[in-house]
Design a protein around this ligand. Structure first.
Ligand SMILES: NC(=O)c1ccc[n+]([C@@H]2O[C@H](COP(=O)([O-])OP(=O)(O)OC[C@H]3O[C@@H](n4cnc5c(N)ncnc54)[C@H](O)[C@@H]3O)[C@@H](O)[C@H]2O)c1
Length: 254
């Protein structure tokens, strides 16, 4: 991918899985990074394992002042904010009527408020620079209504809605806004679930149900998500905006 020299990116939720793979890929592309996560131990370890040391920010990004400090870390550290990957998230996946007040709010906070606050802080800088790339991590379950995903889908559907709205609003400022909608992805959590499923028929049945809606018959890899992220983050993707791009082995089409 082509990136102008000195490009910078903020990757939220970089402590595990998809975010960690995006951090690796963008580092390989020569992008200067700020990695952010609510879990300091995880994100510090990811940072330490990269060949080029990134800046690190630890904090809950569903709190506005933390989002403000994150964007300032990139601006003050590198002098610019070119790329924002709103990857922090994660679902509390359970039957709708089993949700508690706490799990309802956690699901919306982690996925939607993190995206809103980080973008609100980054957009003025991108607008002033006349350049920006925002990549939001959505979810393919919004399209197929996967079992038990309704509350999570409410949050990710909101993320998809922000994507189209901001893409239109900031198109003439040189800013693109796109979302990636993964289906099941082979993260550390997926691997742990699969291992446990080997001796638990109910968990195996859950996994089989997830895979049954994927024609490719497998979960995606974090590297596959990171590759599309790198394209959307690159200088070459300037005419792609307002899209929700599924990576789903054919689970939904069009
Ligand atoms: N793994 C999948 O199968 C899958 C499928 C569809 C969408 N997604 C989305 O992709 C993204 C990455 O998923 P993943 O499975 O790699 O990791 P994950 O969903 O388990 O967690 C992502 C990271 O976000 C961090 N985080 C959560 N809330 C935060 C907050 N308030 N402030 C700062 N950091 C916070 C977590 O600590 C974690 O390191 C998430 O947005 C997830 O919803 C994942």
């Amino acid at each position: 991918m082509k990136f102008a020299p000195g490009r910078t990116a903020i990757v939220t939720g970089a402590g595990v899985g998809i975010g960690k793979a995006i951090a690796r890929r963008l580092t390989d592309e020569g992008v200067r990074l700020v990695l952010a996560d609510i879990d300091g131990d995880l994100v510090e370890k990811v940072a330490a394992d990269l060949p080029i040391t990134p800046l690190v920010f630890v904090g809950d990004l569903s709190v506005r002042e933390n989002a403000t400090r994150l964007i300032a870390t990139c601006r003050d550290g590198y002098g610019r904010v070119d790329i924002l990957v709103n990857n922090a998230g994660g679902g509390v996946i359970r039957p709708t009527l089993s949700h508690t007040e706490e799990t309802l709010r956690a699901t919306i906070d982690r996925n939607l408020w993190t995206t809103i606050y980080c973008s609100l802080e980054a957009l003025p800088l991108m607008k002033a620079a006349g350049y920006g790339r925002i990549i939001n991590m959505g979810a393919d379950s919004v399209r197929n209504g996967l079992d038990w995903h309704a509350i999570y889908n409410a949050a990710k559907g909101g993320v998809h809605g922000l994507t189209t709205g901001w893409a239109r609003e900031f198109a003439s400022d040189g800013i693109t806004v796109n979302a990636i909608a993964p289906s099941a992805t082979r993260t550390e959590a997926y691997d742990a679930f699969e291992t446990a499923a080997a001796t638990d028929p109910a968990m195996r049945a859950t996994l089989d149900a997830v895979l049954a809606v994927i024609p490719a018959g497998r979960a995606g890899t974090v590297e596959e998500i990171a590759a599309l992220t790198a394209y959307l983050a690159s200088d070459e993707s300037g005419f792609t905006t307002g899209q929700v791009l599924s990576i789903n082995g054919g689970s939904t089409m069009l």
